[in-house]
Design a protein around this ligand. Structure first.
Ligand code: APR
Length: 240
């Protein structure tokens, strides 16, 4: 069995699908104060505001113009056609990898459409709009439902599964992520320490602060660079 491939994706892969990134000039955090919408303190302070922000985000993901782009589709092709294992670890909460056909997708910052009760811990799938009056279907608590999304200061999800995948990979590719948010930003170092023979690649619009940690760099819009890279890996492998 050929070595596993682990792909880390960030907001940059969904940019050309019509979803803004976080830290670019026109990014979300330039318009919205993250302390007001993406922390547990914000939720306690003003549930209506936080829930409405995520209700809006969900509506935006469903907008007619938002759809997987050639980069998402190329990663689904890689999973279909590569002889070994392909794991996508995404920081994105959008459903575009799944919509493109990827099956092995780990959402480390949570996933739009999953709701968690802060009172009983029940997690369920639903696309209802949440309000401070929403009732938990399990414990009937009122006002304790929140999106099951990882806010600043909270633990990312599925870390054991992610570390296990990183430890068996022969190729690690980070696509469209600024490398500013840990633990995802540390995955490349983790791979290099634990798998010294693994190859590491950064694919981004431009060089990031983590650039020096990768063996190879490919710069340009993901919708063009990722399909070309996948074609190369499938036909010639990743070392040439
Ligand atoms: N193609 C490739 N890369 C792109 C494109 C594109 N078309 N457009 C933007 N990028 C790159 C930018 O150069 C930048 O490096 O995508 C990156 C986006 O960086 P961030 O906005 O910081 O997004 P991300 O790294 O996913 O953020 C991590 O931060 O706020 C939190 O929880 C949020 O999951 C998110 C985490």
């Amino acid at each position: 069995m050929p070595p596993a491939i682990v792909i880390l994706t960030g907001a940059g892969i969904s940019k050309e699908s019509g979803i803004d990134t976080f830290r670019d000039k026109d990014g979300l955090w330039a318009r919205v104060d993250l302390e007001e919408v993406a922390t547990i303190e914000a939720w306690h302070r003003d549930k209506r505001k936080v829930l409405e922000f995520y209700n809006e985000t969900r509506r935006m993901f469903r907008a007619a113009h938002v759809a997987p782009n050639p980069a998402h589709r190329a990663l689904a092709r890689l999973e279909r056609e590569y002889d070994g294992e392909v794991v996508i670890v995404t920081q994105n909460i959008d459903p575009l990898h799944e919509q493109a056909g990827s099956r092995r997708v780990i959402h480390m910052h949570g996933r739009d459409g999953e709701i968690r009760c802060m009172s009983c811990g029940h997690i369920f799938e639903s696309d209802i709009d949440l309000t401070p009056q929403s009732v938990c279907p399990n414990c009937k608590a009122v006002g304790e439902l929140r999106p099951n999304i990882v806010w600043f200061g909270e633990m990312p999800q599925h870390m054991d599964e992610i570390h296990a995948a990183l430890e068996r990979c022969g190729l690690f590719v980070a696509i469209g992520t600024s490398g500013e948010v840990y633990p995802a930003a540390g995955f490349v170092l983790h791979v290099r320490r634990r798998q010294p023979r693994a190859h590491t690649v950064e694919i981004n619009l431009e060089a990031t602060g983590n650039q020096s940690l990768f063996h190879e760099h490919i710069y340009g819009p993901a919708s063009q660079t990722v399909p070309a890279y996948v074609q190369r890996v499938l036909t010639r492998g990743w070392r040439d």
